[in-house]
Design a protein around this ligand. Structure first.
Ligand code: MN
Length: 460
Protein backbone atom coordinates (compact mmCIF):
# COMPACT_ATOMS: atom_id res chain seq x y z
CA UNK A 1 0.00 0.00 0.00
CA UNK A 2 1.45 3.33 -1.09
CA UNK A 3 0.40 6.84 -0.12
CA UNK A 4 1.66 9.98 -1.86
CA UNK A 5 1.57 13.21 0.13
CA UNK A 6 1.62 15.83 -2.59
CA UNK A 7 2.23 19.56 -2.53
CA UNK A 8 3.70 20.02 0.94
CA UNK A 9 6.90 21.49 2.36
CA UNK A 10 9.16 18.93 4.03
CA UNK A 11 10.85 20.24 7.17
CA UNK A 12 14.19 18.90 8.37
CA UNK A 13 16.76 20.02 10.91
CA UNK A 14 18.49 21.91 8.09
CA UNK A 15 15.57 23.72 6.50
CA UNK A 16 12.35 23.43 4.60
CA UNK A 17 11.76 22.54 0.94
CA UNK A 18 8.89 21.86 -1.39
CA UNK A 19 8.78 18.05 -1.83
CA UNK A 20 6.36 15.18 -2.16
CA UNK A 21 6.60 12.20 0.18
CA UNK A 22 5.90 8.69 -1.02
CA UNK A 23 5.02 6.24 1.75
CA UNK A 24 5.34 2.53 1.04
CA UNK A 25 3.97 0.42 3.87
CA UNK A 26 5.53 1.58 7.12
CA UNK A 27 8.43 3.55 5.68
CA UNK A 28 9.27 6.49 3.45
CA UNK A 29 10.19 5.38 -0.06
CA UNK A 30 11.01 8.74 -1.57
CA UNK A 31 11.16 12.43 -0.70
CA UNK A 32 11.24 14.83 -3.65
CA UNK A 33 9.75 14.72 -7.10
CA UNK A 34 7.91 11.40 -7.39
CA UNK A 35 7.50 10.08 -10.92
CA UNK A 36 4.15 8.40 -11.80
CA UNK A 37 5.96 5.10 -12.45
CA UNK A 38 7.23 5.02 -8.85
CA UNK A 39 3.95 6.20 -7.33
CA UNK A 40 2.03 3.44 -9.13
CA UNK A 41 -1.51 3.30 -7.78
CA UNK A 42 -0.63 5.17 -4.59
CA UNK A 43 -3.44 6.92 -2.79
CA UNK A 44 -2.79 10.62 -3.40
CA UNK A 45 -3.31 13.01 -0.49
CA UNK A 46 -3.20 16.74 -1.24
CA UNK A 47 -1.18 18.49 1.48
CA UNK A 48 -0.70 21.69 -0.51
CA UNK A 49 0.54 24.56 1.63
CA UNK A 50 1.20 22.34 4.66
CA UNK A 51 4.46 21.63 6.46
CA UNK A 52 5.45 17.98 6.81
CA UNK A 53 7.48 17.38 9.96
CA UNK A 54 9.08 14.10 10.95
CA UNK A 55 6.87 12.77 13.78
CA UNK A 56 7.58 14.58 17.03
CA UNK A 57 9.39 12.70 19.79
CA UNK A 58 8.58 13.43 23.41
CA UNK A 59 11.48 12.11 25.45
CA UNK A 60 9.95 13.02 28.81
CA UNK A 61 6.52 11.66 29.76
CA UNK A 62 5.08 10.05 32.88
CA UNK A 63 2.07 7.91 32.05
CA UNK A 64 0.39 5.63 34.61
CA UNK A 65 2.75 6.73 37.38
CA UNK A 66 1.96 6.31 41.07
CA UNK A 67 3.21 9.47 42.75
CA UNK A 68 2.11 11.79 45.59
CA UNK A 69 -0.25 9.07 46.94
CA UNK A 70 -2.21 9.04 43.70
CA UNK A 71 -1.88 7.92 40.07
CA UNK A 72 -1.51 10.19 37.05
CA UNK A 73 -4.75 10.95 35.21
CA UNK A 74 -3.33 9.64 31.95
CA UNK A 75 -2.32 6.02 31.54
CA UNK A 76 -0.55 4.76 28.42
CA UNK A 77 -3.81 4.54 26.51
CA UNK A 78 -5.08 8.09 27.05
CA UNK A 79 -1.55 9.48 27.26
CA UNK A 80 -0.43 8.04 23.94
CA UNK A 81 -3.76 9.02 22.35
CA UNK A 82 -3.17 12.55 23.60
CA UNK A 83 0.38 12.36 22.24
CA UNK A 84 -0.56 11.24 18.73
CA UNK A 85 -3.25 13.91 18.56
CA UNK A 86 -0.47 16.42 19.22
CA UNK A 87 1.80 15.05 16.50
CA UNK A 88 3.97 13.00 18.83
CA UNK A 89 4.62 9.64 17.22
CA UNK A 90 7.17 8.47 19.81
CA UNK A 91 7.22 8.92 23.57
CA UNK A 92 10.03 7.88 25.87
CA UNK A 93 8.54 7.33 29.32
CA UNK A 94 10.40 6.71 32.57
CA UNK A 95 10.30 3.17 33.91
CA UNK A 96 10.55 3.63 37.62
CA UNK A 97 11.29 0.79 40.06
CA UNK A 98 11.08 1.64 43.75
CA UNK A 99 14.15 1.51 45.99
CA UNK A 100 14.92 -2.14 46.71
CA UNK A 101 13.39 -3.41 43.45
CA UNK A 102 15.43 -4.60 40.48
CA UNK A 103 15.65 -2.73 37.19
CA UNK A 104 14.28 -5.86 35.51
CA UNK A 105 11.19 -5.66 37.69
CA UNK A 106 10.73 -1.97 36.86
CA UNK A 107 11.04 -2.71 33.17
CA UNK A 108 8.53 -5.58 33.26
CA UNK A 109 6.10 -3.37 35.16
CA UNK A 110 6.34 -0.64 32.52
CA UNK A 111 5.86 -3.13 29.70
CA UNK A 112 2.70 -4.32 31.49
CA UNK A 113 1.43 -0.74 31.68
CA UNK A 114 2.24 0.08 28.05
CA UNK A 115 2.24 -2.97 25.79
CA UNK A 116 -0.77 -3.18 23.50
CA UNK A 117 -2.19 0.11 24.77
CA UNK A 118 -0.31 2.75 22.78
CA UNK A 119 -1.44 4.92 19.87
CA UNK A 120 2.17 5.98 19.25
CA UNK A 121 5.51 4.17 19.42
CA UNK A 122 7.26 4.16 22.78
CA UNK A 123 10.50 3.48 24.58
CA UNK A 124 11.63 3.71 28.17
CA UNK A 125 14.38 5.43 30.10
CA UNK A 126 15.28 3.52 33.26
CA UNK A 127 15.24 5.34 36.60
CA UNK A 128 18.20 4.74 38.88
CA UNK A 129 16.85 5.55 42.35
CA UNK A 130 19.01 2.99 44.13
CA UNK A 131 22.64 2.09 43.55
CA UNK A 132 24.57 -1.08 44.41
CA UNK A 133 26.61 -3.83 42.72
CA UNK A 134 23.55 -5.77 41.60
CA UNK A 135 22.01 -2.74 39.91
CA UNK A 136 25.30 -1.97 38.17
CA UNK A 137 25.34 -5.54 36.83
CA UNK A 138 21.79 -5.11 35.55
CA UNK A 139 22.82 -2.21 33.31
CA UNK A 140 24.05 -4.67 30.66
CA UNK A 141 20.62 -6.33 30.61
CA UNK A 142 19.00 -2.93 30.15
CA UNK A 143 21.19 -2.14 27.13
CA UNK A 144 20.23 -5.55 25.70
CA UNK A 145 16.58 -4.49 26.08
CA UNK A 146 17.21 -1.30 24.12
CA UNK A 147 17.41 1.02 27.09
CA UNK A 148 20.40 3.30 26.68
CA UNK A 149 19.30 6.28 28.75
CA UNK A 150 18.70 6.57 32.46
CA UNK A 151 17.30 9.02 34.97
CA UNK A 152 18.61 10.22 38.30
CA UNK A 153 17.39 12.75 40.85
CA UNK A 154 19.26 15.27 42.97
CA UNK A 155 16.02 16.01 44.83
CA UNK A 156 13.13 13.98 46.36
CA UNK A 157 14.42 11.68 49.15
CA UNK A 158 12.51 8.68 47.70
CA UNK A 159 14.50 9.01 44.48
CA UNK A 160 17.90 10.41 45.52
CA UNK A 161 20.97 8.18 45.63
CA UNK A 162 23.51 10.77 46.76
CA UNK A 163 26.41 12.50 44.99
CA UNK A 164 28.82 9.57 45.36
CA UNK A 165 26.40 7.09 43.82
CA UNK A 166 25.61 9.56 41.02
CA UNK A 167 29.35 9.70 40.33
CA UNK A 168 29.66 5.89 40.23
CA UNK A 169 26.52 5.52 38.11
CA UNK A 170 27.69 8.11 35.56
CA UNK A 171 30.99 6.25 35.21
CA UNK A 172 29.24 2.90 34.83
CA UNK A 173 26.98 4.37 32.13
CA UNK A 174 29.85 6.07 30.32
CA UNK A 175 31.74 2.76 30.08
CA UNK A 176 28.70 1.24 28.33
CA UNK A 177 28.00 4.21 26.05
CA UNK A 178 24.90 5.19 28.00
CA UNK A 179 23.70 8.53 29.19
CA UNK A 180 21.69 9.90 32.11
CA UNK A 181 19.19 12.72 32.43
CA UNK A 182 19.15 14.31 35.85
CA UNK A 183 16.52 16.30 37.75
CA UNK A 184 18.51 19.15 39.26
CA UNK A 185 17.18 20.96 42.30
CA UNK A 186 18.84 21.32 45.69
CA UNK A 187 16.97 19.03 48.10
CA UNK A 188 18.12 20.25 51.52
CA UNK A 189 17.67 23.97 51.06
CA UNK A 190 14.26 23.51 49.44
CA UNK A 191 13.05 21.34 52.34
CA UNK A 192 14.34 23.92 54.82
CA UNK A 193 12.50 26.70 52.99
CA UNK A 194 9.31 24.62 52.97
CA UNK A 195 9.54 24.28 56.77
CA UNK A 196 10.08 28.05 57.09
CA UNK A 197 7.11 28.87 54.87
CA UNK A 198 4.89 26.54 56.88
CA UNK A 199 6.11 28.06 60.17
CA UNK A 200 5.24 31.51 58.78
CA UNK A 201 1.68 30.34 58.11
CA UNK A 202 2.05 30.13 54.32
CA UNK A 203 1.48 26.37 54.12
CA UNK A 204 -1.83 26.76 52.30
CA UNK A 205 -0.57 29.27 49.71
CA UNK A 206 0.15 27.90 46.25
CA UNK A 207 2.64 30.75 45.82
CA UNK A 208 4.80 29.07 48.48
CA UNK A 209 5.66 26.48 45.82
CA UNK A 210 7.80 28.75 43.61
CA UNK A 211 9.13 30.59 46.67
CA UNK A 212 10.37 27.31 48.18
CA UNK A 213 12.06 26.29 44.91
CA UNK A 214 13.90 29.36 43.53
CA UNK A 215 15.88 29.39 40.30
CA UNK A 216 19.23 29.45 42.12
CA UNK A 217 18.41 26.21 43.96
CA UNK A 218 18.04 24.63 40.52
CA UNK A 219 21.23 26.33 39.26
CA UNK A 220 23.16 25.07 42.30
CA UNK A 221 22.16 21.48 41.57
CA UNK A 222 22.97 21.91 37.86
CA UNK A 223 26.42 23.21 38.80
CA UNK A 224 26.99 20.36 41.26
CA UNK A 225 25.85 17.71 38.80
CA UNK A 226 28.13 19.16 36.14
CA UNK A 227 31.10 19.00 38.51
CA UNK A 228 30.20 15.37 39.34
CA UNK A 229 30.01 14.66 35.60
CA UNK A 230 33.39 16.37 35.19
CA UNK A 231 34.85 14.01 37.79
CA UNK A 232 33.20 11.02 36.11
CA UNK A 233 34.33 12.27 32.67
CA UNK A 234 30.81 11.64 31.48
CA UNK A 235 28.32 13.49 29.26
CA UNK A 236 25.02 14.27 30.93
CA UNK A 237 21.51 15.53 30.12
CA UNK A 238 19.93 18.32 32.16
CA UNK A 239 16.19 17.65 31.98
CA UNK A 240 13.45 20.31 32.22
CA UNK A 241 15.82 23.28 32.44
CA UNK A 242 13.90 26.40 33.43
CA UNK A 243 16.10 29.41 33.97
CA UNK A 244 18.90 31.78 33.06
CA UNK A 245 21.10 31.02 36.09
CA UNK A 246 21.07 27.29 35.26
CA UNK A 247 21.95 28.09 31.62
CA UNK A 248 24.92 30.07 32.93
CA UNK A 249 26.23 27.02 34.82
CA UNK A 250 25.79 24.88 31.69
CA UNK A 251 27.72 27.41 29.58
CA UNK A 252 30.55 27.35 32.13
CA UNK A 253 30.78 23.54 31.97
CA UNK A 254 30.89 23.68 28.17
CA UNK A 255 33.73 26.19 28.33
CA UNK A 256 35.62 23.59 30.37
CA UNK A 257 35.09 21.17 27.48
CA UNK A 258 32.26 19.12 28.98
CA UNK A 259 29.52 17.54 26.88
CA UNK A 260 26.14 18.70 28.19
CA UNK A 261 22.74 18.13 26.60
CA UNK A 262 19.85 20.34 27.66
CA UNK A 263 16.11 19.83 27.61
CA UNK A 264 13.39 22.38 28.33
CA UNK A 265 9.58 22.23 28.15
CA UNK A 266 6.77 24.37 26.65
CA UNK A 267 5.54 25.51 30.07
CA UNK A 268 8.92 27.15 30.72
CA UNK A 269 8.88 28.84 27.30
CA UNK A 270 5.30 30.01 26.92
CA UNK A 271 4.10 30.68 30.49
CA UNK A 272 5.46 32.69 33.43
CA UNK A 273 5.31 32.56 37.22
CA UNK A 274 2.33 34.89 37.47
CA UNK A 275 0.22 31.71 37.19
CA UNK A 276 1.06 30.90 40.84
CA UNK A 277 -0.27 34.19 42.19
CA UNK A 278 -3.89 33.73 41.06
CA UNK A 279 -5.98 34.12 44.27
CA UNK A 280 -8.16 31.17 43.22
CA UNK A 281 -6.55 28.02 44.62
CA UNK A 282 -7.48 25.76 41.73
CA UNK A 283 -6.37 28.23 39.05
CA UNK A 284 -2.93 28.41 40.67
CA UNK A 285 -2.52 24.77 41.80
CA UNK A 286 -3.04 23.40 38.29
CA UNK A 287 0.34 24.91 37.33
CA UNK A 288 2.32 23.30 40.15
CA UNK A 289 5.25 21.34 38.77
CA UNK A 290 8.91 21.00 39.73
CA UNK A 291 10.96 22.91 38.91
CA UNK A 292 8.36 25.69 38.91
CA UNK A 293 7.51 27.93 35.97
CA UNK A 294 9.86 30.95 36.09
CA UNK A 295 9.89 34.59 34.96
CA UNK A 296 9.53 36.02 31.46
CA UNK A 297 13.22 36.89 31.54
CA UNK A 298 14.00 33.20 32.09
CA UNK A 299 11.79 32.08 29.22
CA UNK A 300 13.41 34.62 26.88
CA UNK A 301 16.82 33.24 27.97
CA UNK A 302 15.61 29.72 27.08
CA UNK A 303 14.41 30.83 23.62
CA UNK A 304 17.75 32.49 23.02
CA UNK A 305 19.59 29.34 24.10
CA UNK A 306 17.43 27.28 21.75
CA UNK A 307 18.34 29.59 18.84
CA UNK A 308 22.02 29.26 19.67
CA UNK A 309 21.81 25.47 19.89
CA UNK A 310 22.60 25.56 23.62
CA UNK A 311 19.29 23.83 24.38
CA UNK A 312 18.82 20.76 22.20
CA UNK A 313 15.36 19.39 22.96
CA UNK A 314 11.87 20.45 23.99
CA UNK A 315 10.00 17.67 25.79
CA UNK A 316 6.88 18.04 27.91
CA UNK A 317 7.38 16.29 31.28
CA UNK A 318 3.71 15.32 30.80
CA UNK A 319 2.57 14.21 34.27
CA UNK A 320 -1.13 14.87 34.42
CA UNK A 321 -3.50 15.18 37.34
CA UNK A 322 -7.14 16.27 37.39
CA UNK A 323 -8.18 19.41 39.26
CA UNK A 324 -9.78 17.12 41.87
CA UNK A 325 -6.38 15.52 42.40
CA UNK A 326 -4.77 18.96 42.60
CA UNK A 327 -7.24 19.69 45.43
CA UNK A 328 -5.23 17.35 47.68
CA UNK A 329 -3.02 20.33 48.50
CA UNK A 330 -5.62 22.88 49.58
CA UNK A 331 -4.35 22.84 53.18
CA UNK A 332 -0.70 22.04 52.42
CA UNK A 333 0.97 23.13 49.19
CA UNK A 334 3.51 20.29 49.40
CA UNK A 335 0.63 17.82 48.89
CA UNK A 336 -0.35 19.25 45.50
CA UNK A 337 0.52 16.51 42.98
CA UNK A 338 3.23 18.05 40.83
CA UNK A 339 3.01 17.95 37.07
CA UNK A 340 1.21 19.28 34.02
CA UNK A 341 -0.43 17.76 30.97
CA UNK A 342 1.33 18.85 27.78
CA UNK A 343 1.90 16.06 25.32
CA UNK A 344 -1.15 17.06 23.27
CA UNK A 345 -0.29 20.74 22.85
CA UNK A 346 3.50 20.86 22.46
CA UNK A 347 3.66 21.05 18.65
CA UNK A 348 1.07 23.79 18.24
CA UNK A 349 2.32 25.81 21.21
CA UNK A 350 5.93 25.72 20.02
CA UNK A 351 4.98 26.49 16.42
CA UNK A 352 2.85 29.44 17.58
CA UNK A 353 5.15 30.93 20.24
CA UNK A 354 8.34 29.89 18.49
CA UNK A 355 8.03 29.84 14.71
CA UNK A 356 5.09 32.24 14.24
CA UNK A 357 6.41 34.33 17.16
CA UNK A 358 9.74 34.71 15.32
CA UNK A 359 11.72 33.16 18.16
CA UNK A 360 12.77 30.05 16.26
CA UNK A 361 12.92 28.74 12.69
CA UNK A 362 11.00 25.80 11.26
CA UNK A 363 14.30 23.90 11.14
CA UNK A 364 14.97 24.81 14.77
CA UNK A 365 11.57 23.48 15.78
CA UNK A 366 12.26 20.28 13.84
CA UNK A 367 15.60 19.85 15.62
CA UNK A 368 14.12 20.44 19.10
CA UNK A 369 11.03 18.24 18.68
CA UNK A 370 12.22 15.53 16.30
CA UNK A 371 15.80 15.31 15.10
CA UNK A 372 17.75 16.01 18.30
CA UNK A 373 15.73 13.70 20.56
CA UNK A 374 16.08 10.98 17.90
CA UNK A 375 19.87 11.42 17.83
CA UNK A 376 20.25 11.84 21.58
CA UNK A 377 18.21 8.74 22.39
CA UNK A 378 19.41 6.35 19.70
CA UNK A 379 16.46 6.43 17.29
CA UNK A 380 18.04 8.27 14.33
CA UNK A 381 17.55 7.91 11.34
CA UNK A 382 14.63 5.54 11.81
CA UNK A 383 12.92 8.45 13.58
CA UNK A 384 13.60 12.19 13.56
CA UNK A 385 13.88 12.72 9.80
CA UNK A 386 11.82 12.22 6.64
CA UNK A 387 14.23 10.41 4.35
CA UNK A 388 14.31 7.25 2.28
CA UNK A 389 13.98 4.24 4.57
CA UNK A 390 12.84 6.20 7.65
CA UNK A 391 9.65 5.28 9.44
CA UNK A 392 6.74 7.12 7.83
CA UNK A 393 5.95 9.08 11.00
CA UNK A 394 4.63 12.35 9.60
CA UNK A 395 2.95 15.43 11.06
CA UNK A 396 0.94 17.43 8.52
CA UNK A 397 0.86 20.97 9.86
CA UNK A 398 -1.43 23.50 8.20
CA UNK A 399 -0.12 26.98 9.03
CA UNK A 400 -3.34 28.60 7.75
CA UNK A 401 -5.70 26.82 10.15
CA UNK A 402 -5.87 28.46 13.54
CA UNK A 403 -7.84 27.42 16.60
CA UNK A 404 -8.13 28.03 20.32
CA UNK A 405 -6.88 25.39 22.77
CA UNK A 406 -9.70 24.27 25.08
CA UNK A 407 -9.77 21.57 27.75
CA UNK A 408 -13.09 20.28 26.44
CA UNK A 409 -11.44 19.37 23.14
CA UNK A 410 -8.50 17.50 24.69
CA UNK A 411 -8.00 13.76 24.61
CA UNK A 412 -5.96 13.85 27.84
CA UNK A 413 -7.86 12.84 30.97
CA UNK A 414 -6.46 15.75 32.99
CA UNK A 415 -9.63 17.72 32.25
CA UNK A 416 -7.72 20.96 31.88
CA UNK A 417 -4.88 22.38 29.83
CA UNK A 418 -2.26 24.87 31.06
CA UNK A 419 -2.74 26.59 27.68
CA UNK A 420 -6.51 27.19 27.96
CA UNK A 421 -7.55 29.99 25.60
CA UNK A 422 -4.23 29.98 23.71
CA UNK A 423 -4.85 30.88 20.06
CA UNK A 424 -2.68 28.69 17.85
CA UNK A 425 -1.14 29.74 14.58
CA UNK A 426 -1.84 26.73 12.45
CA UNK A 427 -3.07 23.27 13.33
CA UNK A 428 -1.96 19.68 13.20
CA UNK A 429 -4.38 18.21 10.67
CA UNK A 430 -3.02 14.71 9.98
CA UNK A 431 -0.57 12.41 11.72
CA UNK A 432 0.85 9.21 10.27
CA UNK A 433 2.48 6.55 12.42
CA UNK A 434 4.61 4.21 10.30
CA UNK A 435 2.37 4.94 7.33
CA UNK A 436 -0.89 4.49 9.24
CA UNK A 437 -3.21 7.48 9.40
CA UNK A 438 -3.72 8.00 13.14
CA UNK A 439 -5.08 11.56 13.13
CA UNK A 440 -7.27 13.15 10.47
CA UNK A 441 -8.93 16.55 10.60
CA UNK A 442 -7.36 16.98 14.04
CA UNK A 443 -9.21 13.92 15.39
CA UNK A 444 -7.75 10.55 16.40
CA UNK A 445 -8.96 8.06 13.81
CA UNK A 446 -6.38 5.31 14.28
CA UNK A 447 -5.92 2.52 16.75
CA UNK A 448 -3.36 1.23 19.26
CA UNK A 449 -0.66 0.54 16.69
CA UNK A 450 2.26 1.74 18.83
CA UNK A 451 5.19 -0.63 19.29
CA UNK A 452 8.05 -0.75 21.78
CA UNK A 453 11.28 0.69 20.41
CA UNK A 454 14.64 -0.79 21.31
CA UNK A 455 17.00 2.15 21.14
CA UNK A 456 20.64 2.48 20.19
CA UNK A 457 23.30 4.71 21.69
CA UNK A 458 23.46 8.50 21.78
CA UNK A 459 24.65 10.03 18.50
CA UNK A 460 24.35 13.75 19.12
MN1 MN B 1 9.68 14.31 34.89
Amino acid sequence: MKTLLRGGYVVSGKGCRRADVLINGETVEKVGHVLPALAGDAQVVDVGGCYLFPGFIDAHTHFDLDVCNTTTADDFESGSRSAIRGGTTTVIDFACPNKGETLAYGLSLWHKKADGRCYCDYGFHMTIDDWNEDIEKELDDMFAEGITSFKMYLTYPAMMIGDGAVYHALKALRRRGGIAGVHCENAGVIDARIEELKAEGCGADVSSHPIARPDYCEAEAVARLLRIAQAAESPVVIVHTTNKAALGEIAAARRRGQKVYVETCPQYLALDDSVYYDPDYSNAARFVCAPPIRTQEDSEALWKALRRGEVQTISTDHCSFTLEQKDMGREDFTKIPGGLPGVETRGEVIYTAGVAGKRMSLAGMCRALSENPARLYGLFPRKGVLAEGSDADIVVYDPRASHVLRAQDMVSKAGYTPFEGFRTEGSIVKVYLRGMLQVDGGKVVGDKHGVYLKRGKCEL
